[in-house]
Design a protein around this ligand. Structure first.
Ligand code: F6R
Length: 260
């Protein structure tokens, strides 16, 4: 696992560089997209590169991590709509190239199985963007999630609903209780994981993710078992890291050609 500690703007550039290198070398790449605040600067950077330097996603596909169950199709916080607004509509994905789990399906387990099949049919995810919850979730795999889980319905914790109330006019009662989420094993099948975390509120989760014992109590710790996982954090999110000095030193002395 590589940990990079840098200001948020630089983290976004690094993640965008990794995505750009991938898409330029493999135009039909499969990307994994996260919602929430953490990837927004990356999406801004990708949109800028699309407009200013012709970075194209025309042959690429993308799969979202998760979706709320039951939010109406036109709801602005429905993750499908958020992804459309934050990235899909700002670049040139082909129609239908961005997919997410269907939180409005009549048969939710069948929708989850269909989603797993769609990811597999696409050849799996090449690069997965991730954020982390203050309780250590990735996607919506809350504490206690099976480390072998696949896409399924989950109940959001009170903590996550409180954290996400900011997107629902600070009213926790408007935050759905249920979601569909890629499982931890689904995420682990992606070929490169790139997690972004900023702010002091993420410091404990980032410490557990990189330096804690692998445990369902901190679901993101499963990433320690991934052969190519990159954790991009700012100073505040890195403030609990025991090995911060080593991570900084390693990144400073990293050869330019290596990339993430
Ligand atoms: C969103 C997702 C979540 C968020 C996490 C952090 O698709 O999968 O795991 O990444 O809740 O959210 P932010 O980035 O808003 O702090």
């Amino acid at each position: 696992m590589e940990v990079v500690i840098a200001p948020a703007e630089e983290l976004a550039r690094l993640a965008a560089d990794a995505i750009e290198n991938l898409v330029r070398s493999k135009p039909d790449a499969v990307l994994g997209l996260a919602t929430g605040s953490s990837p927004l600067k990356v999406y801004d950077e990708l949109a800028r590169r699309h407009t200013e330097s012709g970075l194209s996603f025309a042959g690429a596909r993308a799969f979202m991590l998760d979706e709320y169950v039951g939010l109406p199709a036109e709801h602005p916080e429905r993750y499908r709509n958020v992804i459309e607004k934050e990235i899909a509509s700002r670049v040139d994905f082909a129609p239908g190239a961005v997919q997410g789990p269907d939180g409005l399906a009549d048969d939710l387990p069948a929708a989850c199985a269909a989603y797993e099949a769609a990811i597999a049919d696409a050849g799996g995810v090449d690069l997965q963007i991730l954020g982390i919850g203050t309780d250590g979730h990735i996607a919506f795999n809350e504490p206690g999630s099976s480390l072998a889980s696949r896409t399924r319905i989950k109940t959001l914790t009170q903590q996550t609903r409180e954290d996400n109330a900011r997107f629902f006019e600070d009213d926790i009662d408007r935050v759905p209780h249920h979601c569909l989420t890629q499982g931890l094993a689904t995420i682990m099948s992606a070929r490169h994981l790139v997690l972004l975390a900023t702010g002091k509120g993420k410091a404990e989760a980032v410490h557990q993710l990189t330096e804690g014992a692998v445990s369902a109590l901190w679901p993101a710790t499963i990433m320690q078992l991934h052969p190519h996982a990159t954790v991009l954090v700012d100073d505040a999110a890195a403030s609990r890291l025991q090995l911060a000095g080593y991570y900084r030193q390693t990144f400073e002395s990293k050869p330019d050609w290596q990339g993430l």
